[in-house]
Write a protein that binds this ligand. Structure first.
Ligand code: ADP
Ligand code: ZN
Length: 624
């Protein structure tokens, strides 16, 4: 890969010199002005004093002789109100001259702070400012990577430009759906004319959402490589600096560069660093970040549709992004890059063992099976560690044993973000999710199921069952709320039916079910015993210690009633849901089995489980 700094180094050196001189000049000017402001010029000359004395301008004088030498300081107060200080070599002679002019010079200490203010302070100021800039300069460069020249280009973009990019989609394993979604962008970059002719509008910005290491950067780079266009990459955190305005100017610089190289891809990693919701943050807003974000929005709005710049941005926190960046004409396309399933992992292992000779005992299928929850980056790391292990033993090929050993090593490192999942856990998760899925499917007002997955999300969930995006509905009905509670309980019920034991994995489900039930009772008046009264202590309000400060709007007695009612709702939902799942036990087994096999199943596959009631799970898997 041939990565060229967007600004060449010698250019930086020149910048550095110019900036340095300018800043030095500014510092001296500031120091000089400061001296002027104190009103006590030391550059008063002996000749000027003689002239002022002769003209009768001097009203009063004070002197401070030096103890060891005949030198000293004299300060005179002029008619004009000015104060002048002079250092003299012969204080005796000075005194005589003053007396001759009819003055009565007092001998006393000339206040020290004036000394400080007039001579030492400016020097200190220069030093402090100088040190400050020096530190900033270093901080600026330490993260920049590579550049040997110390530069002061605060406002420069710091983006890395890759012109000769050899990464293509072939290097990106799995991620089939993601690649398909990005296909049109590649086509557009290759042949923009084809699209502009028919007036098609191509998105300017695409947001790639996914856990770290899932291949977002790789994907962005591959698009640029596939279309043979320049690739600019920068991290959101590079924009955020201590100085207000620096980030904004970097954004400006980046887009100016990009325009010169259009068509091209601009990739912003960790966009959440700049694009966090505005006006939040502890202790008031973050001016610098807001300015940077505003500039980014201005730039994105500024370049025309189809101008040939496509901005790809990556984040794993879409939830904290400022909604403004998701508006049309900005990042109006969102692609979720998910952790790979078994098949994806097998392919990624293939890519990363390409130039590693493998012994014949290496079974990549089996490794793919045991690495649920690993991201592409984890797998790359796994194969690399295995190769290192082989090299340490002076072998020119990788054995299964090397991979097994590095699996333990990488696995422990990976544990924090995505634990290695035991077969038992996987099985429990499969039944748990199948339980949710069946209820989604069977109950009329919820669902249909869009995906069921037992791939850990990296956010603490062992799997998920996702219904189709909710339709816009004005009202929730009581029936629908009850069904939602049933669906939430489905995971736990399936575990109970199959394993005759329960796990702690359902805690968030239970929390959700309880919340819905409580709202039905306290907010929507859906319980006959409690009646149509709002007992809800508006829990949208963020207020720490609310229960202490807020007088409860109802008595302990009512509280007890509410709890009883909530318990009743949950209890009856639980019984109904359990009956439904028991009735579909065969499907529960099939679904869990299919999940264990594929880790992620889509709507059609899931629904076909219900159509082929006569078939066994084995038949089904063969069919697919
Ligand atoms: P992200 O940007 O999502 O944090 P990266 O794109 O930086 O992840 O991925 C880090 C590394 O992991 C890549 O350089 C690559 O070696 C490997 N990797 C991740 N996903 C894949 C994939 N789908 N196919 C091949 N390699 C991958
Ligand atoms: Zn669940």
């Amino acid at each position: 890969m041939d990565e060229v700094k967007s600004k060449l180094n010698n250019n930086n050196k020149r910048n550095f010199n110019v900036y340095f001189l300018v800043i030095l000049g500014l510092m001296f000017m500031a120091a000089w002005m400061f001296r002027g402001l104190t009103g006590q010029e030391t550059d008063y000359t002996r000749g000027e004093l003689t002239k002022d004395l002769g003209a009768g301008n001097v009203i009063e004088a004070i002197m401070q002789p030096n103890k060891e030498t005949p030198t000293g300081i004299v300060r005179v107060f002029l008619k004009s109100g000015e104060e002048k200080t002079l250092y003299v070599t012969d204080i005796q002679e000075m005194e005589e001259e003053l007396i001759a002019q009819g003055l009565d010079p007092q001998v006393r200490d000339i206040p020290r702070e004036n000394w400080f203010m007039t001579s030492i302070f400016p020097i200190l100021l220069v030093l402090v400012v100088g040190v400050f800039f020096f530190v900033m300069m270093n901080a600026q460069n330490s993260g920049g990577g590579g550049g040997s020249a110390k530069m002061m280009n605060f406002g420069k973009s710091r983006a890395r430009l890759t012109l000769d990019n050899k990464v293509t989609l072939k290097d990106v394993a799995g991620l089939q759906e993601e690649k398909e979604e990005l296909e049109e962008i590649i086509n557009f970059l290759k042949e923009p004319g084809k699209f502009t002719k028919v007036g098609a509008r191509i998105p300017k910005g695409v947001l790639l959402e996914g856990a770290p290491g899932t291949g977002k950067t790789l994907l962005a780079k591959a698009i640029a490589g596939e279309a043979s266009v320049p690739f600019f990459s920068i991290s959101g955190s590079d924009f955020v600096e201590m100085f207000v305005g620096v980030g904004a100017s970097r954004v400006r610089d980046l887009f100016a560069d990009a325009k010169k190289h259009s068509p091209c891809i601009v990739f912003i990693d960790e966009i959440d660093a700049v694009a966090r919701r505005r006006g939040t943050g502890m202790g008031g807003g973050h001016d610098e970040r807001e300015q940077t974000l505003n500039q980014l929005l201005v730039e994105m709005d500024g370049f025309g549709v189809n101008e040939g710049i496509i901005v790809l941005a990556a984040t794993n926190r879409v939830d904290i992004l400022d909604p403004a960046i998701l508006r049309p004409g900005r990042f109006d396309r969102k692609i979720t890059v998910s952790a790979p399933d078994v098949k994806g992992r097998r392919e990624i292992l293939g890519v990363h063992s390409k130039n590693k000779p493998l012994a014949e005992d290496v079974n990549l299928e089996q490794i793919a099976q045991t690495t649920a929850g690993f991201t592409g980056a984890d797998l790359e790391n796994l194969m690399n560690e295995a190769a290192i292990h082989a090299a340490m033993e002076n072998r020119a090929f990788v054995k299964q044993e090397d991979i097994r050993k590095s699996f333990i090593k990488v696995g422990i490192g990976t544990e924090k973000k995505s634990r290695i999942i035991s077969d038992k856990e996987k099985k429990i998760t499969a039944y748990h999710e199948a339980g949710h899925a069946i209820l989604f499917h069977v109950l009329p007002d919820v669902g249909p199921v869009y995906t069921v997955s037992i791939i850990p999300t990296g956010l603490g969930a062992a799997g998920y069952t996702m219904p189709l995006p909710e339709r816009d509905e004005m009202f929730m009905t009581k029936g629908k709320m009850l069904q939602e509670i049933m669906v939430s309980l489905g995971g736990r019920i399936a575990e109970e039916i199959i394993f005759d034991d329960i796990t702690t994995g359902a805690s968030s489900d239970i929390k959700k079910a309880t919340k819905v039930a409580r709202r039905m009772v306290t907010r929507y008046g859906m319980s006959d015993n409690i009646g149509v009264i709002n007992y809800d202590d508006d829990d949208d309000e963020v207020f720490i210690g609310r229960d202490l400060a807020h007088a409860k709007s109802h008595s302990e007695l009512i509280s007890g009633e509410i709890d009883k009612e909530v318990k009743e709702i949950i209890g009856s939902c639980y019984a109904k849901a359990k009956a439904i799942i028991a009735e579909h036990e065969e499907i529960l087994h099939k679904c869990a089995k299919l999940l264990l096999e594929k880790e992620k199943i889509a709507r059609e596959e899931f629904e076909s489980l219900f159509e082929n009631k006569g078939l066994t799970a084995e038949d089904l898997i063969k069919e697919i």
